[in-house]
Design a protein around this ligand. Structure first.
Ligand code: PHB
Length: 392
């Protein structure tokens, strides 16, 4: 039986960045990812990095390609009732901005670094079971092809997402969960065409929400609100472009530049929080502990904040013997998590048109958007939340 100080379940951005930060702090660790490398590197996720996420990636040595290829954005545009309003981030937040750089690219950069000089990273290695969660030696039982192995740890961290095994291995009653499902989903597409606008556009329309984003100067990333359970096959390219044009239209505006769609998928929307984010020596980070709907682009940024706090706490424990920061981990993270849950929920419910929605609700939504456009305080609050707070 092998032993490692910190066992990390899941090789997505949370697990990989945690391994990177621990490695730099001299804490021994190991990562197990059930999928193969090619799969992990192809997974399409969101693409907005907060200022503090970029700072962390740079400090951890994973910022080189991000600095070359990432697109710095100083604002977003909100559209509703046939008009648009740009929110200027640096002017309203004392210089904070966001970066457009896909999560898949962050993952590729972290994998390359870890394989080059980092702690062990095992792909295609599934955690069949977790045991000893009530002891000070939790263990994972691993399967890779026909091989089986058990590894014990001082600390085990579940970075294995919403459906991961780690949270499910904790005793019933150890955690309280809070959840909200939404009566809509997003259809996300990639298009081989230069973005028609320089910044992101979030559009409220009676036909439903639409988002114009991008991946590079030549690739657009576009989203439409659709009913949950929508089959992307029901959305041929022409229908998608027509619907985007109808939803983002502003008075006197131009139609979108069209191009071939290279990927289509439907994303569920949910809010979910686990409290606490720890049980004994088992910690949860990122999507394993909380989910936000994608409207606020907070998912990846929350995962980064979690693992920064956790890496500091684990390093502090190794250096001083004190578990003080580990004991504060859950509360520290949950403060930020609930702020982001609130922001994501309120952006989602302001911008989406519920199929059953009454006209009163629609007027509340437009009143909220009108307020952001009319009040410097409301606008600054939106900008502060979108760009995110420094990691405490
Ligand atoms: C994306 O580019 O994938 C993206 C951007 C902003 C969001 C969500 C997704 O709020």
């Amino acid at each position: 039986m092998r032993h490692t100080s910190v066992g990390i379940v899941g090789g997505g951005p949370a697990g990989l960045l945690l391994a990177r930060l621990l490695h730099r702090a001299g804490v021994d660790c190991e990562v197990w990812e059930s999928r193969e490398r090619g799969y992990v590197e192809a997974r399409q996720r969101a693409g907005i990095l907060e200022q503090s996420t970029v700072d962390v990636l740079r400090e951890s040595g994973a910022g080189r390609r991000l600095d070359r290829e990432g697109l710095v954005h100083d604002g977003v545009e909100l559209r509703w009732s046939g008009r648009g309003h740009r929110v200027d981030f640096p002017a309203l937040t004392g210089g904070r901005r966001v970066w457009v750089y896909a999560q898949t690219e962050v993952v590729k950069d972290l994998i390359a670094l870890q394989l080059q000089d980092g702690p062990p990273l095992h792909f295609g290695t599934r955690v069949r079971a977790v045991s000893g969660v009530e002891t000070d030696r939790p263990a994972v039982h691993l399967v890779r092809g026909a091989q089986e192995e058990t590894v014990t740890c001082d600390y085990l961290v579940g970075c294995d997402g919403f459906h991961g095994v780690t949270r499910q291995a904790l005793p019933p009653g150890a955690l309280t969960t809070y959840a909200r499902e939404y009566p809509y989903a997003w259809l996300g597409v990639l298009a081989d065409v230069a973005p028609s606008q320089e910044e992101l556009v979030y559009a409220h329309s009676p036909r439903g929400f639409a988002l114009l984003s991008m991946r590079s100067p030549t690739v657009s990333r576009l989203y439409l609100q659709v009913p949950p359970g929508t089959d992307p096959a029901d959305w041929p390219d022409g229908r998608i472009w027509d619907e985007l044009d109808a939803r983002v239209a502003v008075d006197g505006g131009r139609l979108l530049e069209r191009g071939p769609l290279t990927a289509k998928s439907v994303l569920p929307m949910r809010s979910f929080v686990t409290e606490p984010m720890r049980h004994g020596r088992v910690f949860l980070a990122g999507d394993a502990a909380h989910i936000v709907p994608p409207t606020g682009a907070k998912g990846l940024n929350l995962a980064v904040a979690d693992v920064v706090v956790l890496a500091r706490a684990l390093a502090h424990r190794q250096q001083t013997g004190s578990a003080e920061l580990l004991d504060a981990y859950s509360d520290t993270c949950l403060r930020r998590v609930w702020r982001a849950e609130h922001f994501s929920y309120s952006m989602t419910s302001t911008l989406h048109a519920d199929p059953e929605q009454d006209p009163f609700t629609t007027r509340l939504q437009t009143a909220r958007l009108d307020r952001i456009a009319a009040s410097p305080h409301a606008e600054a609050e939106f900008a502060a939340q979108y760009t995110g707070a420094p990691i405490g």
